[in-house]
Write a protein that binds this ligand. Structure first.
Ligand SMILES: Cc1ncc(COP(=O)(O)O)c(C=O)c1O
Length: 393
């Protein structure tokens, strides 16, 4: 083998590291050295997992729920997720269509394995969640990035999808609310996208991981799911964000009926099953006691967003559309701030505020943008704004 020949698979050259994890590692290192770091980098709620869920997890351990479960998850949890669609969205989703997975990541992996032929791809936004194109790449597919701007609320539209659809495009992957922009798709746009993709005999995948964390609307039906529009979409969701269970590694996929058999096969081979303990714990995630805790957290996130967005604007950051959901603010750097990676490195090293450069989320104007996570309390956010003001001079 020639000296410079890569020893592992060639496709790895096209899979970039998730930079935020490196930033987090450095922030933790600075903290270990005694630095008072404000964490606004990683996409994880600062609240602990709600107590009823933790207690159910403890109980599961005590009861010896530590063995393999069915590959698509325990029937009780699939039923519970199905009931959640009934109470939250007025939807009747058969538990057979619900696959419990190792986080939304497991659901994205299953979906990528299911949909990708060699050299085919899915359209997705740039900026967007960076792992998506790498999941596809792992199965010899590609993320086909579509630059999006505030003019379309940083989301895809039917017009953009028609314009960017190529001969090897197999479908569209959306996220609402989105990471890093917090942008939410409204029902008419979702419907147009769903119908367009159906007409093209393509696949529509919608990542709804930030459902529950939306701040604009009131009333019970806080989130518009693509499943309200049609049953042929693939829906990704997770217990990580709204339910505060990042480290438990649990999520789910709702699939069209036609995909159940193949997904079952893939889930058996790739994972055997999701974590048994996490599944039994998650049975308590939909209880009134848990929901009450999570709704309080949602109110706290809303308050933080309403504080941070004007605060950043005052410092010269550009935030042309107010993020409606998730816990992120995607902002244009003030003029003269330099490139985003350098800006983030300096802000961390000199002012101990960790934020994520736009380059983690794609290529389009990435050097001019950064993402702030508001998973710190109000006092810490105020302190962060003061430090950033100093950094800007
Ligand atoms: C849009 C989006 N999808 C999926 C994930 C993966 O989440 P998890 O695997 O923890 O459920 C994340 C994590 O930040 C995300 O932001």
């Amino acid at each position: 083998m020639a000296k410079d020949t890569p020893i592992y698979a060639r496709r790895l050259g096209e899979i970039q590291p998730f930079r935020v994890m490196k930033l987090l590692a450095r922030a933790n290192e600075l903290e270990k050295q005694g630095g008072n770091v404000i964490h606004m980098e990683v996409g994880e709620p600062d609240f602990p997992t709600p107590k009823p869920i933790v207690q159910a997890g403890q109980q599961a351990l005590l009861e010896g729920r530590t063995r393999y479960t069915p590959a698509p998850g325990i029937p009780e949890l699939r039923e519970a997720v199905s009931s959640y669609y009934r109470s939250e969205y007025d939807l009747d989703i058969s538990p057979q269509r619900i696959f419990i997975t190792a986080g939304a990541s497991g659901a994205l992996l299953l979906t990528s394995a299911l949909l990708m032929n060699h050299g085919e791809g899915l359209l997705m936004t740039d900026p967007g969640y960076p792992c998506n194109r790498h999941f596809l790449k792992a199965f010899h597919g590609e993320g086909q990035l579509v630059p999006v701007t505030p003019s379309t609320n940083y989301q895809l539209t039917a017009e953009l999808v028609s314009r960017y659809w190529q001969a090897n495009t197999r479908g569209v992957l959306l996220a609402s609310p989105a990471n890093p922009t917090g942008a939410v798709l409204d029902q008419p746009t979702l419907r147009q996208l769903y119908e367009l993709v159906q007409n093209k005999h393509g696949y529509l995948v919608v990542d709804e991981i930030y459902h529950g964390l939306i701040y604009q609307q009131t009333g019970k039906r806080r989130n518009v799911s693509v499943l309200e529009v049609g049953q042929e979409a693939f829906v990704i969701n997770s217990f990580s964000k709204y339910f505060g269970m990042t480290g438990w590694r649990l999520g789910w996929l709702v699939a069209p009926t036609s995909a159940i058999e193949e997904l079952d096969k893939l889930a058996q081979n790739l994972f055997i099953c999701p974590s048994s303990i996490a599944q039994y714990a998650a049975l308590s995630a939909f209880s009134a006691a848990s929901l009450e805790i999570m709704e309080k957290q949602r109110a706290a996130f809303a308050e933080r967003r309403d504080f941070l967005v004007p605060g950043l604007k005052k410092l010269g950051f550009s935030i042309p559309v107010t993020p409606e959901g998730a816990f992120y603010v995607y902002a244009g750097l003030p003029p003269g701030s330099g490139l985003s990676e350098r800006f983030c490195d300096d802000l961390l090293e000199q002012y101990l505020v960790a934020i994520t450069p736009g380059t983690d989320f794609g290529f389009h104007l990435a050097d001019e943008h950064v993402r702030f996570t508001y998973a710190e309390d109000m006092t810490r956010l105020a302190e962060a704004l003061e430090r950033i003001e100093k950094a800007l001079g």
